[in-house]
Design a protein around this ligand. Structure first.
Ligand code: NAP
Length: 282
């Protein structure tokens, strides 16, 4: 059996996946398997993919390759097809089997916080790989609607097409620039799926009418470095419930682990490893 897992992306300097997965492997006495960074720029992608096929039993895929990697898949799951993006690959019999655990990881992280998605009105800020990963899982979780606010029309349109194909034809797309005129309290859950506010730009925040939020609002940030972003701080000031990106990181990682190895990883060990690595309290 091959003994390597890893994460393919660029840059990977700040990735917390190795520490999370290696601690889980160790706790299960599977430390003959190791999880490593496969930091690869675009020019070396083909070579890295060949090496992964030869040497690895599974990998995660992150920015900027979640969509670009799709043509190399021999088989893809419905979740990856719906998202148009792969974040997890199992290498079996020299074949790449791709799936996407971002959406299920996200939904699981909300359930863990006691938040039901049933009938919620959702606004996603951003229309990149992560937003696409979330869309189908949110629809499956029976939300009332998912609207999108982002910068580029083409990406908004691509995401609206995905939403229409999975049963949400009335989703609306908006330009992020025009959000200052909106009333955010018309949404129950607002998700930051952009990297705005991520280290080393932790003082930055999307321009939004935060004063229209209230104590019924839920603000969720996919960014997990820092855990407490400016976006979440703005929400907390208005009495909103806030959720950081650590739970999604944990649960998407746990789902990948199970996809590769066929067993559930120890969630508490993984969570502890992440908290130690971020050096923050939740
Ligand atoms: P991506 O594919 O690069 O998409 C980023 C999106 O954010 C795009 O719509 C982009 O718009 C928009 N954006 C970028 N900079 C912006 C700015 N300054 N102002 C407004 N919009 C901006 O990235 P991704 O994979 O979706 O990841 C997004 C974030 O989620 C990252 O911070 C990532 O670390 C985080 N994430 C977290 C987890 C987790 O487990 N917690 C999992 C996946 C991703 P344009 O297309 O116009 O550039």
């Amino acid at each position: 059996m091959k003994k390597k897992l890893g994460i393919l992306g660029y840059p990977l300097e700040h990735s917390l996946s190795p520490v999370m997965h290696n601690r889980a492997l160790e706790a299960l006495n599977m430390d003959h398997i190791s999880y490593e960074k496969i930091e690869t720029d675009y020019y070396d992608l083909q070579k890295a993919i060949e090496r992964i096929k030869d040497e690895y039993l599974g990998v995660n895929v992150t920015i900027p390759y979640k969509e670009k990697i799709m043509p190399w898949m021999d088989e893809i799951s419905n979740d990856a097809r719906a998202a148009g993006a792969v974040n997890t690959i199992l290498i079996k019999d020299n074949r790449f089997i791709g799936t996407n655990t971002d959406g299920m990881g996200y939904v699981q992280s909300l359930i863990e916080q006691g938040i039901s998605l049933d009938d919620k009105k959702v606004l996603i800020l951003g229309a990149g790989g992560a937003a696409r990963g979330l869309a189908s899982s949110l629809i499956k979780a029976q939300v009332a609607c998912v609207d999108i606010a982002s910068r580029k029309r083409t990406k908004i349109k691509m995401l609206l097409d995905i939403l229409e194909a999975i049963g949400s034809p009335s989703s609306k797309g908006m330009d992020l620039k025009n959000m200052m005129q909106k009333d955010l309290s018309t949404y129950d859950l607002i998700i930051n799926a952009t990297p705005v506010g991520m280290m080393p730009h932790q003082d930055e925040c999307l321009s939004l009418p935060y004063e229209t939020l209230n104590e019924k609002s839920i603000l969720s940030d996919l960014v997990y470095r820092p855990l407490d972003t400016q976006f979440l701080k703005q929400g907390r000031k208005q009495g909103a419930t806030v959720i950081n990106g650590l739970g999604m990181l944990l649960h998407q990682g746990a789902a990948s682990f199970e996809f590769w190895l066929g067993c559930k990883p120890p969630l508490d060990v993984m969570r502890q490893a992440l908290l130690e690595a971020t050096g923050e309290e939740v």
